[in-house]
Design a protein around this ligand. Structure first.
Ligand SMILES: C[S@@+](CC[C@H](N)C(=O)[O-])C[C@H]1O[C@@H](n2cnc3c(N)ncnc32)[C@H](O)[C@@H]1O
Length: 348
């Protein structure tokens, strides 16, 4: 099978896939995301989302869709912050989650208990979406085709079996168009990963994507080395073929390909930035007055160190944030450092 099929099976097979049977997120699990570091991340994003709602003309009802919600804590924190800080926006929000894993859905249902929320397996079935779609660390879980430039031409990585072990096999690409996806400058011996599935998931509205990866130029500085890797209990697993289904598999996101696909689907690029710049622009550092009791001071110190981790320029702070718009203003948004004055509601 192609490496993309292997990754799809290892992650999502209904009986043995990692996300279906054993995905464990958070400090006790295999890996943490920004949402695990406390509510500051969701609160900052809630401000960004409220801005997008204002830019859309303060629609009385609007969709707030998270794709790939993991444990559901980002949606929980974001909705909670929206209700506290922007009840005008929260009132008409129709939250929904696009999630493929029944196991993850069960965790999300627990985190979001008591809320009126819809679930879907593909974004398409929530159409027409009018509002904001966001995804944090989801595109990196989309299966990738791995292409290799060899002296004989472009080949694709397939997974085969040899003496009871899984091994890589190089063959002609499984689809004709894959051959053209590897940039000219990838040298002989170099590799390139491409994910047609990622493109198909983009929908109309504002789409905010946060993930690790880079644009094509940044990825090319890796000299054609692949990025596919696994994670189990916070340890890196360099060989992705080992013990499929028992650990997470992920690949850095090619944001140039995402932009091409989004623009091909009629979306316009609003901006790209880093998580650090976006969270600072959304006021993640603005805090209340210094607490007076020692225990509150301790809590505040722990919140500050979580925020430092979210902003770490060599860690989570370096993640990319990219936003696309369809039939909605794409200038002056605070998440990209713009200043937009609130105009009167389009809807009374
Ligand atoms: C790394 S977790 C991210 C969790 C969450 N967004 C966070 O910030 O903590 C990836 C999530 O995306 C889900 N997922 C992966 N591929 C998906 C797809 N094609 N459609 C919907 N959900 C997907 C996984 O089941 C999991 O819940």
């Amino acid at each position: 099978m192609t490496f993309a099929d292997f990754m799809e099976t290892a992650l999502f097979d209904t009986e043995d896939g990692y996300y279906t049977t054993r995905a464990s997120l958070g400090f006790e699990g295999d890996y943490v995301t920004s949402a695990d570091l406390g509510p500051a991340f969701g609160r900052a994003l809630a401000r960004g989302v409220a801005d997008l709602w204002v830019a859309m003309g303060k629609a009385p009802t609007w969709d707030l869709v998270e794709a790939g919600a993991g444990r559901g804590i980002l949606m929980r924190d974001l909705l909670g912050a929206l209700e506290r800080e922007r009840p005008d926006a929260a009132r008409g929000a129709r939250p929904a989650i696009v999630e493929v894993s029944p196991r993850m859905r069960a965790e999300q249902a627990l985190a979001l208990e008591g809320r009126d929320l819809r679930w879907a397996s593909v974004a398409r079935s929530l159409a027409p979406i009018h509002g904001v779609v966001f995804a944090n660390e989801v595109l990196d879980a989309f299966p990738v085709h791995v292409l290799a430039r060899t002296a004989e031409g472009v080949r694709e990585v397939f997974v085969g079996e040899e003496n009871g072990a899984l091994v890589e096999v190089l063959r002609a690409p499984s689809a004709a168009d894959l051959r053209w996806r590897i940039p000219e400058s990838v040298p002989v011996g170099g590799r390139w990963e491409t994910s047609p599935a990622a493109a198909a998931a983009l929908v109309a509205g504002y789409v905010v994507l946060i993930d690790y990866g880079g644009d094509e130029t940044e990825l090319l500085t890796r000299q054609g080395a692949g990025t596919v890797r696994g994670f189990a209990q916070h340890r890196l697993i360099a060989d992705p073929l080992i013990e499929p289904g028992l650990h997470d598999l992920t690949a850095s996101v090619d944001f140039t390909a995402i932009r091409r696909a989004a623009e091909g689907a009629g979306l316009q690029l609003v901006g790209t930035s880093t998580q650090r710049e976006v969270l600072v622009a959304l006021g993640i550092r603005e805090s209340a007055a210094r607490p007076s009791t020692p225990i509150e001071q301790l809590r505040a110190a722990s919140r500050r160190s979580a925020i430092d981790a979210l902003l770490d320029p060599n860690g989570l702070g370096a993640f990319k944030v990219v936003c696309f718009a369809k039939d909605a203003p794409n200038e002056g948004l605070r998440i990209f450092g713009g200043v937009r004055t609130e105009s009167p509601a389009r809807y009374p």
